[in-house]
Design a protein around this ligand. Structure first.
Ligand code: SAM
Length: 215
């Protein structure tokens, strides 16, 4: 049966390209992953807008062009093991699942984790493991990771996440106060040194946890 959303997805991928994302693998993932399966019914008709949308519990599914930028900057490769902090709706998790070998994703709000699990299972993603808990401490069981994506804003880089990066690994995280942040790329060199590089100004919900903001 033809997918009635396929055209809107292709148009979204074009919009994302217009916002400066040029990696063909990332654009293909945006054109393939059905974002409408990850948004609540109340905002279903807006699923393919390049906009952040509410997903309940005071949280949002992020703007697709920013999510795609994350994937491009992190240079997610087909063989990568990726840790995601802040599963939210599970949409970014699905994009990661399409681009990498294994995705490990942590969400602190149990109801969101349950919903994301259901959507990811329905779409047949078998390379995703989800954990409900505080992602600021990472997920040591499956470390080290080639890439770590933090989808919420922190006052500083949680050291536990840097510790779980493989040599040559990349971590992308919004750093700043609770109103505005700078998306910041952290690289761990082969010698174990970390380097930071600002990417773009952004606004994210807070990362709440032991190495983030207090509850
Ligand atoms: N990328 C997600 C998507 O595609 O829907 C959106 C993520 S949303 C902007 C940020 C998420 O981070 C929220 O679901 C929030 O509950 C979660 N979060 C905040 N602090 C967290 C923590 N310490 N550990 C895990 N998740 C956390």
């Amino acid at each position: 049966m033809p997918d009635p959303f396929a055209r809107r997805r292709r148009r979204l991928a074009e919009t994302v390209r217009g916002q400066g994302v040029s990696d063909p693998r990332v654009l293909q993932a945006v054109a393939d992953v059905p974002r409408h399966r990850f948004v609540p019914g109340a905002v279903l008709r807006r699923a393919y807008e390049d906009a952040a949308l509410p997903i309940g519990f005071g949280q949002t599914i992020s703007q697709p062009s920013i999510q795609a930028l994350y994937l491009q900057v992190l240079e997610i490769g087909a063989g990568d093991r990726v840790l995601e902090v802040g599963t939210g709706s599970g949409y970014q998790t699905a994009l990661l699942a399409a681009l990498s070998a294994n995705v490990y994703s942590v969400e602190r709000i149990p109801q969101l984790a349950v919903r994301a699990r259901q959507a990811l299972d329905e779409l047949g993603h078998r390379n995703v493991a989800l954990l409900t808990g505080d992602g600021t401490v990472g997920w040591s069981r499956y470390a080290p990771y080639d890439a770590i994506l933090v989808a919420a804003a922190a006052p500083d880089v949680p050291h536990a996440l840097v510790d779980q990066l493989a040599p040559g690994g990349r971590l992308l995280i919004p750093l700043g106060d609770q109103h505005t942040q700078t998306l910041t790329l952290v690289r761990r060199t082969a010698e174990g040194v970390t380097e930071r590089e600002p990417v773009i100004a952004c606004v994210f919900v807070p990362l709440i946890g032991r190495f983030g903001w207090p509850e």
